[in-house]
Ligand binder design. Structure first.
Ligand SMILES: [Zn+2]
Length: 320
């Protein structure tokens, strides 16, 4: 890298265009050109929202879109994982329940505060009106392990943990009657997977389980809603390939005793041609390679990112 890159996404100030679209009889997608998505399920008697946006002020726009199509109460918020950009808007919905996996709950306890500070520093644009975030953290009111089922009238909504990937607590929302899936950040489309808290060796297997559900419509964590089997295959395979190729490259280099800096330069160069056009590629790569290097060497579990560790890592990888 010939010149120092601005830290993470601090230089990304361009507002994105929001799309709100129906993807199956009961599921809608709120997407924004690669910014974090929100999935919405409208049941017979209530609405479920999966991932909240980063601030209550931003969630107000999701609610406005929901109110264009239904006046049913928003009773459930599902957190697909613990990341601040997904959960800190929760207060705006006034939902009866905030649902998360027990593993996600445990991560909020363990590292929620550090993650909040770190994520706001990395990507200020995504935390518009950050002053509307209540003090403290977003706490689930219902936790589960493996699987829980909600019945919104006659509509069956499965909330599933199919394995680790983007984080330890990854959760998806699945409508078996219409094969619609809200994947959270386990699947991205045209956006670089963030893997700073990932389990690289597990992620591809978890994606195989998602694929085995045979979804007909899928809202990824970032990027456009996928509404044909071909697009879904592309989205899942693209994420799987990126994660697998990145880890293979890092693992091979680390196995030869290369230092993190050399591993980073080499892996960045290797992935740039194929994936460099995906949004947030330059933001994610230093975090993704750092975590892959950790997993390949001596940290089976992701280390906590603090605002300070973020900057130290960036300086060490991007200034040399
Ligand atoms: Zn995430």
């Amino acid at each position: 890298m010939s010149q120092t890159k601005k830290f993470a996404s601090q230089a990304d100030l361009q507002e994105k265009q929001v799309t709100f679209s129906q993807i199956s009889p009961h599921a809608w997608a709120y997407t924004a050109e690669g910014d974090p998505n929100t999935g919405i399920i409208i049941g017979d008697d209530a609405v479920l929202v999966a991932d909240t946006q980063a601030t209550p002020a931003m969630a107000v726009d999701v609610i406005r879109r929901i109110r264009e199509v239904t006046d049913k109460p928003i009773k459930f918020v599902v957190l697909t994982h613990y990341h601040a950009v997904r959960v800190l808007g929760a207060a705006a919905y006034g939902a009866e329940h905030i649902i998360a996996s027990q593993d996600t709950y445990d991560l909020i306890v363990e590292r929620g505060e550090q993650d909040k500070a770190s994520e706001i520093g990395r990507f200020p644009r995504l935390f518009r009106n950050v002053e509307t975030v209540p003090a403290g953290l977003t706490w689930p009111t219902l936790t589960f392990t493996g699987k829980m089922t909600l019945w919104l009238g006659k509509l069956e909504v499965q909330i599933l943990q199919l394995g680790r990937g983007h984080t330890k607590g990854d959760t998806i929302v699945w409508l078996p009657q219409e094969r619609a899936l809200l994947s959270g950040d386990l699947v991205e489309y045209g956006a670089t997977p963030y893997a700073g808290d990932a389990y690289y060796k597990d992620w591809p297997h978890t994606l195989d389980k998602l694929m085995a559900l045979e979804p007909h419509a899928l809202v990824p964590g970032r990027g456009a809603a996928l509404t044909t089997p071909e697009l879904i295959r592309d989205g899942i395979a693209g994420t799987r390939n990126f994660v697998s190729e990145l880890y293979a490259s890092v693992n091979a280099a680390a196995g030869k005793g290369e230092e993190l800096n050399a591993v980073y330069r080499h892996t960045y160069a290797q992935l740039k041609a194929k994936y460099g056009h995906w949004v947030i590629f330059d933001h994610c790569m230093p975090f993704d390679v750092s975590r892959a290097f950790d997993e390949a060497t001596r940290y089976p579990d992701p280390r906590i990112w603090t605002a300070e560790r973020d900057l130290d890592m960036w300086k060490s990888l991007e200034s040399s």
